[in-house]
Design a protein around this ligand. Structure first.
Ligand code: NAD
Ligand code: UFG
Length: 339
């Protein structure tokens, strides 16, 4: 299939490009490089020995979208382009709604103009909010606790209405849990622009000496060791879920959400210990207050993805830590040697 990948130069998008090409799909990227660098696509080209068409532009720009749609004529779109920092979303709500909701609307309108009816959307487990029960299944009530989460839920609702109203349309809503890890080549991985917001990239930067210590946010949660529990998912498994979702979407019209996690959860201390084994050194930690807006625990019931997409996670915690360390130690400054 011909697959347009918005945000394809980003962390999850770049890994997904490789999995798509490995399965014989043709890819084209639209990215504005607000949180990525074109070097990512050079590395993807070398690793895949394949062709990656790319356009630099904003997913909210209808003229840009028309140009890409008319030249590339996609059979399907995977929509990664968006903003993802929870804290920033509270400070800049209009920007987050504009990019995450407005971007999705602009994309669907452009797809309508060329009759493209298949989309895979990057949603998040954060749409569930405070757990009523765990593990979350897809029927769990949705009550996002941040502007970011609201923007993802709004986009899901728009996609659902569009799929209902559009003959033959399919929208697969992938609710990612916590993506971590890197490609086994160590050539692509997560490269946060500023101070990392997320646990794994922060630990990795402590390990290479870029940060003095990890702040452990809270040790008084109602969890076995008092620190937060999350369902971490290896980014290569997550990338493969998109390929499975594409196959599903071509056979199944309508909109459907899927949890993409492992069904297991680990604490902050488990993650630190796994990383210490992977890198063979101690990770300095400082006990800190709880981070505002964090919940104690989350975990996926990923059985719908297994039953309907034929997908399940294959990489375990050791792979997640080892591949993060391999990427970070081979690229201590990420994609930018000057950083
Ligand atoms: P990322 O920032 O690495 O990738 C997003 C890409 O989109 C970047 O390359 C960025 O330059 C591009 N982009 C941003 N705004 C754009 C715009 N207006 N027009 C065109 N391109 C634009 O993030 P990621 O971790 O790869 O996440 C991809 C998607 O998955 C996002 O939609 C994110 O909200 C969602 N998601 C991520 C996580 C996570 O923890 N990483 C969890 C759940 C959901
Ligand atoms: N944590 C620390 N120290 C840090 C960073 C994180 O102790 O420096 C802890 C957090 O308190 C939490 C756990 O590590 O208990 C994981 O935190 P992350 O920031 O890595 O991930 P979150 O679960 O908070 O959020 C992530 C994404 C969101 C997404 C959510 C659910 O950042 O975008 O998963 O998909 F919405």
């Amino acid at each position: 299939m011909r697959v347009l990948v918005t945000g394809g130069a980003g962390y999850i998008g770049s890994h997904t490009l490789l999995e798509l090409m490995a399965q014989g799909h043709e890819v084209c990227v639209l990215d504005d490089y607000s949180n990525a660098t074109p070097e990512v696509l050079n590395r993807v080209r070398v690793l895949s020995n394949g062709t990656v068409a790319d356009y630099t532009g904003d997913v909210r720009d209808p003229e840009m979208l028309d140009q890409v749609m008319q030249i590339f004529r996609p059979d399907a779109v995977i929509h990664f382009a968006g903003l993802k920092a929870v804290g920033e979303s509270e400070a800049k709500p209009l920007l987050y709604y504009d990019v995450n909701v407005g971007g999705t609307l602009a994309l669907l309108r452009a797809m309508d103009r060329v009759g493209c009816r298949t989309i895979i959307f990057s949603s998040s487990a954060t749409v569930y909010g405070e757990p009523v029960y765990l593990p979350y299944d897809e029927a769990h009530p949705t009550a996002p606790m941040s502007v970011y989460g609201q923007s993802k839920l709004m986009a899901e609702n728009i996609l659902t209405s569009w799929a209902k109203a559009t003959q033959g349309a399919a929208a697969v809503l992938l609710r990612y849990f916590n993506p971590v890890g890197a490609h086994h080549s160590s050539k692509i991985g997560e490269d946060p622009k500023d101070i990392p917001n997320n646990l794994m990239p922060y630990i990795a930067q402590v390990a290479v000496g870029k940060r003095p210590a990890l702040s452990v946010f809270g040790d008084d949660y109602d969890t076995p060791d008092g620190t937060g529990l999350r369902d971490y998912i290896h980014v290569v498994d997550l990338a493969r879920a998109h390929v499975a979702a594409l196959d599903y979407a071509t056979k199944t019209p309508g909109a459907r959400p899927f949890n993409i996690g492992t069904g297991q959860s680990y604490s902050v201390r488990d993650m630190v210990a796994a990383f210490e084994s992977a890198c063979g050194q101690k990770i300095a930690t400082i006990q800190a207050e709880r981070r505002a807006g964090d919940i104690a625990a989350m975990q996926a019931d990923a059985s719908r993805a297994a039953a309907e997409l034929g997908w399940r996670a294959e990489h375990g915690l050791n792979d997640m830590a080892a591949s993060t360390w391999a990427w970070q130690s081979a690229n201590p400054n990420g994609y930018d040697p000057q950083k």
